[in-house]
Design a protein around this ligand. Structure first.
Ligand code: ASP
Length: 344
């Protein structure tokens, strides 16, 4: 780790943002973060010290694993008292999964943890990486008049928008407007100034910061679709290695009403599995009281995900299941709003 005077710790995990074209063969390779100030001299204009930590090895975020989230949480915990905020440079492909998981792993957070990345490498002329990085550092270091952090949350900053991490989703594979939080307005928008939406930014609990690193990942995702077969539904809902299933359903939480489908859901529930209903629609929420097909799921023991994203549901389940081997404990807390991930 390179330690400077500062109060923002930059953690580089990999992804496009930290790449630079190698003059020798024009291939994209990660650049050395100890020369970050040379690459992005604008960072020197903040009245902030910026230290950096580079993960070893750097990874494409498609390779992200819960072990990496654990390492990130531990790094933030170990440096928590030394910095005002943290910026995590991360590939965009799984950034919403990581930001969601971290939001549940970090408890009683009172400092900003801002994930960012880019669609074009920092070393490219039209890069979005510099702007994303500079604004993320500014947000991570921003404090209110009373000295408290302006945004004590796990967020994603991308293309002028600051989004709650566990509400975000990647919506564009190639454009600069790559992230949205369809069910929650942005926490801030960057124009000439950064305009914070203070009414919806979470305030700290006032309790001691801590981390949860025990994760149980035995979760499956069942995306229902016309033509889905009994065999596929059985494999996922009754699979022996699965403690919980996120059921991605139609509209406001509807699924096929065929008898065999409901019988499998009931059997899965009777075996004690945790079943969570999440809508396939990017916007809106699950309401299982609206249609007969939804009512049948609720009657079979399926819980409502409300307006949670699949990325967030996954992180929430990993953490709750890590806390207890008892599925009844998980069910009792799954519909609670733990980190602003659902509208209540
Ligand atoms: N494949 C890259 C990653 O997610 C893409 C990116 O960084 O945007 O690591």
């Amino acid at each position: 780790m390179t330690k400077a005077r500062g109060s923002v710790l930059l953690i580089y995990t990999g992804g496009t943002i930290g790449m630079k074209e190698d003059a020798a063969d024009q291939a994209l390779r990660p650049f050395d973060f100890s020369s970050l100030m040379q690459e992005v001299p604008e960072l020197g204009k903040f009245a902030l010290g910026i230290d950096s930590y580079t993960f070893e090895p750097l990874i494409d975020s498609s390779d992200i694993e819960p072990g990496m989230w654990r390492k990130l949480a531990e790094l933030i915990r170990d440096n928590y008292d030394s910095y005002d905020g943290f910026v995590v440079l991360h590939g965009t492909d799984t950034m919403s999964y990581s930001a969601s998981a971290l939001s549940f792993m970090l408890e009683n957070l009172d400092k900003p943890v801002i994930f960012t990345g880019s669609q074009l490498p920092i070393g490219r002329p039209r890069t979005d990486g510099k702007e994303n990085l500079i604004s993320s550092v500014e947000i991570a270091g921003s404090r209110e008049a009373d000295g408290s952090a302006t945004v004590p949350e796990v967020c994603i900053f991308f293309n002028d928008l600051l989004l709650r991490g566990n509400r975000s989703t990647k919506v564009d594979a190639s454009g600069f407007e790559a992230f949205r939080s369809p069910n929650l307005p942005p926490l801030a928008e960057a124009g000439i100034d950064i305009r914070y939406n203070r009414d919806i930014i979470l305030r700290p609990s006032g309790q001691t910061f801590g981390i949860k690193t025990k994760l149980d990942t035995s979760v499956s995702i069942l995306k229902v679709h016309p033509g889905i077969t009994q065999r596929v539904v059985e494999d996922i809902l009754l699979g022996s290695g699965t403690r919980a299933v996120i059921m991605e359903t139609f509209g406001c939480g509807n699924a096929p009403s065929r008898q065999w489908f409901l019988d499998i859901v009931r059997e899965s529930s009777a075996r004690g599995k945790v079943l969570l209903n999440v809508t396939q629609c990017p916007r809106g929420f699950v309401n299982m009281d609206l249609y007969a097909t939804g009512k049948a799921l609720k009657g079979a023991g399926v819980l409502s995900g409300g307006d949670i994203t699949t990325e967030s549901a996954l992180g929430k389940l990993f953490v709750l299941m890590g806390e207890s081997d008892d599925n009844e404990y998980v069910k009792a807390h799954l519909e609670d709003n733990l980190r602003g991930e659902i509208s209540k």
